[in-house]
Structure formats: structure tokens, C-alpha cells
Design a protein around this ligand. Structure first.
Ligand code: AMP
Length: 117
């Protein structure tokens, strides 16, 4: 069994979060430290720590992350101008919370994908 993080508590509504969507597979809520006018996290309800841990059994939930991201982007009014979906994995990926999550970031021009080194 993978270890739970603060995101499991958000799914179970044990701690407050601005949840904007929930279904049988995924939950979406606003990032507590937004990096852009729209910054939403979409997560599977099942604890999957990282992309490294995804299996074929998770394909429905992983696909749902994308369909829900596209729907939320439309609802937030950022779809036409475009936005970015980010999934960080592990230490070098800059992952802080080990419950896989997709960042939906938009509402401004985001610039280059990676800082230049
Ligand atoms: P990552 O670096 O990809 O693991 O991103 C983790 C994200 O979770 C960060 O953008 C944090 O601001 C966000 N975060 C951490 N705790 C919370 C929380 N309690 N509610 C909403 N977002 C959170």
C-alpha cells in the first residue's frame, strides 16, 4: 500500500481545499500557492505516488486526468488562449507531494517550458 499524503486528506475532505471537481476516479482543487491566475491540481483518488508507479490498471484514471483538465480549462476560460499541463516526477522532476498530480496552469502567457541553463 502506497503511503498517503496531504492530498488523501483533501480527497476525504478532512482538511479544507477549494475542490472544484470530483468523480469516481479523480479530484481537482485549486493549488494553495498558485503560479498563474489559474492553477489547479487534478489527482487520482487512488494513491499513486509518482509516474514511476503507474500501471496498466491506472489507465482509466490517468486518461480521466486529461479529460477533466480539458473540461476545467474550458470552464475556467483559459482553453482558447492555451494552458500548460505539468506532471513532476521524483527528485529531479521537482515533485514535492508524492501523490501523482497534474498541474493545470494558465491565464497568462507562460513563456518557455524550462528555464534556460
Ligand atoms: P509538485 O511540486 O509537483 O509536487 O507540486 C505540489 C503542489 O501542491 C504545489 O504546487 C503546492 O503549492 C501544492 N499544494 C501543497 N499542499 C497543498 C494544499 N494543502 N492544497 C492545495 N495545494 C497544495
Amino acid at each position: 500500500m502506497a503511503e498517503e499524503t496531504i492530498f488523501s486528506k483533501i480527497i476525504r475532505k478532512e482538511i479544507p481545499a477549494d475542490i472544484i471537481y470530483k468523480d469516481d476516479l479523480v479530484t481537482a482543487f485549486r493549488d494553495i500557492n498558485p503560479q498563474a491566475p489559474t492553477h489547479i491540481l487534478i489527482i487520482p483518488n487512488k494513491v499513486i505516488p509518482t509516474v514511476r508507479d503507474v500501471t496498466a490498471d491506472d489507465e482509466a484514471a490517468m486518461g480521466r486526468l486529461f479529460t477533466v483538465a480539458a473540461q476545467i480549462a474550458r470552464e475556467e476560460g483559459v482553453s482558447d488562449d492555451g494552458y500548460r499541463l505539468i506532471v513532476n516526477c521524483g527528485d529531479h522532476g521537482g515533485q514535492e507531494v508524492y501523490h501523482i498530480h497534474m498541474h493545470l496552469v494558465g491565464g497568462r502567457r507562460l513563456g518557455r517550458m524550462l528555464p534556460q541553463t
